[in-house]
Design a protein around this ligand. Structure first.
Ligand SMILES: *Cc1c(COP(=O)(O)O)cnc(C)c1O
Length: 436
């Protein structure tokens, strides 16, 4: 075919593709967070113009049923009226003070009331800050340096947590990003998730040096992985017996799988908890909290330094408080469980009809369809997924107006704004998009 024929039949560039080209000139990779760039699925991201309820509209006027919900925060759906009204009102009184404000006290009280492990809490501006500060506090309180994390758990882009497993279970980690000094990763030990023997072996040999174990109690950044029965309980025993602190990173699961997160569901109570996402209602918020005797080691009362110009920002507190109270008022956790159960039943029926043996995990409104027939208990299992099938599925769903996360290792989020017809429409799209 002559060149000009190809050129004249090519569709006009979309506004999204023009914006992406412009973005790449001035923003690394064209995005402000890597997963948005669609590198795991190929193609180019669309640019959002507007989002409301369970839908997102792109700059070219197409709309999508959204299962990302701004990566977790939008549990009521996008731009709920109660929240946008509260923000408008609060903004009239000032958008930042840098002076204590009453909303901070309300927010802290709510977190202490809802999250079992938290007696005192400090607000920060992202999940990354929350985990980074919790680790510093754990080291300050124990006088120990080593931190244990798990393969497949993500805790933000903290230097000492961007570490991959070394060659043996007990060796020290290696940097998982350029720019992380090997000496930092030396202080981080990486274990496979759900492996009790590896934990016991580690504590038997190095228990006295471990400041803290940090984990997502339901890992939700390598798909959605659930702890095997007794695993979290054993981890709690081992950390307690060796004087190490247990840190739950509930940035994803907190205020999402239950009011008080996984710790409420399982009754396993950590020493410290990192929070974020849902508590900010879509504004940049994180928090970390825990036992009062530990939290009292923070500046200005204690020797562990931690600070933030915008921490406790009034608009962020209002957004979070409004979202959480609205969720409670609407019996959100029961409603989300019912929506999740409806969706799960539909997915399982569909997989049966298509004779696909894929593994599907769900906890409340979080879900993940792994494109593998093997059970998924850790990162390695998750990585057995067929990435090419996922890639095709993602694009076919997107073309039909359903936006799942552009990576096989992300969790899906159902919000209060996804009604039964949205979920059923999604199942129809999945029926067309799944490989057969
Ligand atoms: C998103 C996430 C973080 C990082 O939060 P940011 O606000 O992106 O810094 C940390 N831990 C978990 C479990 C997360 O899901």
């Amino acid at each position: 075919m002559p060149d000009h024929a190809t050129a004249s039949s090519a569709p006009a560039p979309t506004l999204s593709s023009k914006l992406f080209a412009a973005a790449r000139e001035v923003i690394p990779g064209g995005v402000n967070s890597p997963v948005r760039a669609f590198r795991n699925v190929g193609g180019e991201p669309f640019f959002a113009r507007r989002a409301k309820g369970c839908r997102v509209w792109d700059v070219d006027g197409r709309d999508y049923i959204d299962y990302i919900g701004t990566w977790g925060p939008a549990i009521l759906g996008h731009a709920p009226t109660a929240l946008t009204n509260a923000l408008h009102e609060a903004a009239k009184d000032g958008v930042s003070f840098g002076i204590p404000n009453p909303y901070e006290v309300e927010m802290a009280r709510l977190i202490v009331d809802w999250v079992p492990s938290v007696e005192k809490v400090r607000m920060v501006n992202s999940g990354t800050e929350a985990t980074m500060s919790a680790i510093r506090l754990a080291r300050g309180c124990t006088g120990r340096d080593k931190v244990v994390k798990f393969e497949g758990c993500y805790h933000g882009h903290v230097d000492g947590l961007l570490v991959a497993a070394g060659s043996g279970a007990l060796t020290h980690g290696r940097p998982d990003s350029a720019g992380v000094p090997a000496s930092y990763s030396q202080e981080t030990i990486v274990l496979p998730f759900n492996d009790v023997a590896a934990l016991e072996e580690l504590f038997a040999s190095l228990g006295g040096q471990i400041a803290a174990v940090i984990l997502e109690p339901h890992p939700a950044n390598a798909g959605l992985i659930l702890p095997l029965p007794g695993y979290l309980q054993r981890l709690r025993e081992l950390t307690r017996d060796h004087g190490s602190l247990l840190i739950f990173d509930e940035v994803m699961t907190g205020f999402r799988v239950a009011r008080g997160g996984v710790q409420e569901l399982t009754g396993v109570i950590p020493d410290l908890t990192a929070m974020g996402k849902v508590i900010g209602g879509g504004l940049p918020v994180g928090a970390f909290g825990g036992r009062a005797d530990l939290m009292d080691q923070l500046a200005p009362d204690g020797p562990v330094y931690q600070a933030g110009t915008l921490s406790g920002n009034p608009l962020a507190m209002v957004a979070g408080l409004t979202q959480l109270r609205e969720l409670e008022r609407q019996h959100g956790f029961e409603v989300l469980e019912a929506k999740g159960a409806h969706f799960e039943a539909g997915v399982r029926k569909l997989l049966d009809e298509l004779s696909l043996g894929y593994t599907f995990h769900r906890c409340g409104s979080l879900f993940c369809l792994f494109f593998t027939e093997q059970p998924v208990h850790n990162l390695q299992d998750a990585q057995s997924a067929d990435t090419e099938h996922f890639r095709q599925f993602f694009h076919r769903a997107l073309d039909r107006g359903v936006y799942f996360a552009p990576s096989p290792y992300e969790t899906g989020f159902i919000s209060m704004a996804h009604d039964q017809s949205d979920l059923d429409r999604t199942l129809e799209v999945m029926a067309e998009a799944l490989p057969r």
